[in-house]
Design a protein around this ligand. Structure first.
Ligand SMILES: [Zn+2]
Ligand SMILES: [Zn+2]
Length: 224
């Protein structure tokens, strides 16, 4: 099997629970935010991006606050510059100002660029999906995908819209159908075992199928 480094990451993620693209994307976004806060926080380009976006989107702002250890100094450096520039852009709000004045300030407050972490995420997702499509023709890789939890529905739909051959996309869709057939059987078995006739039966692999179903249709917790 001949794999690019991204395809190799995917192949390994096939063995892990949940959508492999969600898993690798979340790891990459975490890494990106971590290095942004520690290594790039003093780079002018970082400040420009964060200022243009008017800060991170809610998901990524809270990711930094809650999941990047000891990020407080980095946040202070980035957001002090953000607030200072925002104050300048707001001009001097006149307490007696009219509609036009309020509209001008609304324009100044509007983000001029997307959240940098959302941009990074989009790039990583596209790259992973492209690699999935480029390698699905290899038997061992395809078998790994078929044994995996498959793509979540949002990533499956993104895969259909991605660059790549229709044949590779059809191949992924056929494998995904096998994944969902297993999920459907597990869900059926799960609620069957809740039936009083089956109370004594122990749960097997179907035990976590309700959680897997949520992830399969909503993507991993925290991706969106
Ligand atoms: Zn996903
Ligand atoms: Zn974001």
């Amino acid at each position: 099997m001949k794999l690019s480094s991204r395809a190799y990451d995917l192949f390994n993620a096939f063995e892990q629970p949940g959508c492999p693209v969600c898993r690798l994307t979340m790891a990459s976004v975490h890494q990106y935010l971590d290095s942004l806060i520690y290594e790039y926080v003093n780079k002018p380009a970082t400040h420009m991006m964060v200022r243009a976006a008017r800060g991170f989107c809610p998901r990524h702002g809270w990711h930094i606050q809650n999941e990047i250890n000891a990020s407080a100094v980095g946040i202070a450096v980035l957001y002090e510059g953000l607030v200072r520039n925002l104050l300048k852009d707001m001009g001097n709000p006149d307490p007696k100002g009219g509609k036009r004045h309020v509209a001008q300030i609304a324009d100044a407050l509007a983000p001029q660029a997307p959240c940098p972490a959302c941009e990074h995420q989009r790039t990583v997702e596209e790259h992973l999906l492209r690699n999935l499509l480029e390698h699905i023709g290899q038997d061992e890789f395809a078998a790994g995908f078929e044994r995996s939890a498959g793509l979540c529905l949002p990533h499956l739909r993104q895969m259909i819209d991605a660059d790549g051959s229709a044949r590779a996309k059809a191949h992924v869709l056929a494998l995904q159908q096998a994944v969902w057939s297993r999920l459907q059987k597990d869900l059926e078995l799960f609620y069957d075992k809740q039936d009083y006739h089956h109370l004594r039966e122990d749960m097997g692999a179907e035990g976590d199928s309700p959680r897997r179903a949520i992830e399969s249709f909503s993507g991993a917790d925290g991706v969106r």
